[in-house]
Design a protein around this ligand. Structure first.
Ligand code: GLU
Length: 421
């Protein structure tokens, strides 16, 4: 695979981050903190799928509910060859902190299936999704756990899950998943929400740094999937100079800026951004170290590590992906004075609009795209303000401040609810 490969365990990273936050939360009982280190429940399923050639293949999938303290657990489903229980655990824990940080009434969950979604046919993907969904039925419902898209899954995948669940119940249950197509109860803006939120957060970082001329701000985006492509699009639309992009096949660079709508068209036609006319070729590793002002890692975990953090030229990192930076890299970047806006803040636009979708489904009353984005931005800017204030008050970096804020909210709720029985 073309993104940076390494063997760092994401769950170790999530726990190290948690421990850093916990060290700054002396006011919380150690036993409560310890409780939050554990996922509430973990589910592994091995299931058969009939393949197009008539054979039957076994697949392994997971779903982890990290926390249900603040409400139903929420989090995406990932289809990728690198999915593992530890990766799903880490992603579920990050969802708990993300939802808590931005003030959603949700706990955190994540799911995944070990499969390369690019090599199976649409029919195989549908059968795999429906079987995995039916295996998840005891764990999911609109009031207990609400899945959404993540890497390798999309609105169509959510539609199959919604249909499988609804057929089993005997009536339509749109609120069972978010990120659905519009005609079956999806929300306006959900598809663009994560990338658009990344840019809302980017502009907030610029505003606080006193930078107003976005035309001089060079942006590099790693990953051109749902998050990276929309982040690049909205950055371009807001006047930033997007100079470098990559996808799984490679990347493109133009010091004068890339015209993102044309890059998107190129990707639709050729299935990759590689070969976009008028740009130089770069690799994913090169993109991370390229001359730019803002770096947006929007691919996957562990891209910025102890090996390359020192070579990063950007002054701002806005994390579109979950867990793209390791704790070792965080230390190096903090020493260098790079402002890292952490994943649980920077990419929270997606789950915020998922929350709006769920609310609209439960009320069977739908909003315009304008309303969605008008309601989304304040969730992000409020959280940004809280994180900045916490970082200043406690003398800590933004990631630790974001986790401190999020963990404290869950801990306070836990304490108020009490330990059962
Ligand atoms: N998979 C997305 C994330 O990592 C969205 C989750 C959701 O909308 O529930 O935040």
């Amino acid at each position: 695979m073309a993104f940076v490969e390494n063997s760092i365990n994401p769950y170790d990273v999530a726990l190290q981050q948690f421990n850093r936050a916990a060290a700054n939360l002396r006011e919380i009982d150690d036993n409560i903190l310890n409780y939050m280190r554990y996922p509430r429940r973990e589910f592994t399923v091995n299931f058969p799928v009939r393949m197009d050639d008539g054979s039957t293949k076994m697949f392994t999938g997971y779903r982890v509910h990290h926390s249900t303290v603040l409400g139903p657990s929420k989090g995406g489903i990932r289809y990728d060859m690198h999915v593992s229980m530890d990766e799903v655990r880490a992603l579920a824990m990050w969802m708990s902190w993300k939802c808590s940080l931005v003030g959603l009434p949700y706990g955190g969950a994540k799911g995944g299936v070990i499969v390369d979604p690019r090599v199976i046919s649409v029919g195989e993907k549908e059968r795999l999704t429906r079987r995995y969904a039916s295996e998840l039925i005891p764990l999911i419902s609109p009031h207990s756990d609400v899945p959404a898209p993540d890497m390798g899954t999309d609105g169509q995948t959510m539609a199959w899950i919604m249909d499988t669940y609804s057929m089993t119940m005997g009536y339509s249950v749109p609120a069972i998943v978010t990120g659905k197509p519009l005609m079956i109860g999806g929300s306006e803006g959900r598809k663009q929400a994560t990338g658009r939120g990344v840019v809302t957060v980017m502009m907030e970082a610029m505003r606080r740094a006193g930078i107003t001329d976005f035309g001089k701000v060079r942006v590099a985006v790693q990953g051109f999937g749902n998050v990276g492509s929309h982040a690049a699009y909205y950055a371009h639309e807001n006047g930033f100079k997007v100079v470098a992009l990559t996808d799984i096949h490679g990347g493109i660079y133009n010091a004068n800026g890339l015209h993102i709508p044309s890059v998107m068209e190129h990707q639709t036609i050729y299935g990759t951004i590689v070969g976009f006319p008028g740009a130089d070729s770069i690799t994913n590793a090169e993109l991370l170290e390229i001359e730019c002002d803002v770096l947006v890692p929007a691919a996957l975990e562990n891209q910025i590590t102890g090996h390359n953090a020192n070579n990063i030229k950007a002054k701002f990192i806005i994390e579109g992906a979950n867990g793209p930076t390791t704790p070792e890299a965080d230390d190096i970047l903090n020493d260098k004075g790079v402002l890292v806006v952490p994943d649980i803040l920077a990419n929270a636009g997606g789950v915020i609009v998922s929350y709006f979708e769920w609310v609209q489904d439960l009320q069977a009353f739908f909003w315009t795209e304008d309303e969605v984005f008008r309601k989304m931005d304040p969730f992000l800017t409020r959280a940004y303000e809280t994180v900045t204030r916490t970082a200043e008050e406690r003398g800590i970096d933004m990631r630790t401040a974001a986790q401190v804020t999020a963990i404290k909210r869950v801990a306070d709720a836990l304490k108020t609810r009490g330990i059962y029985p």
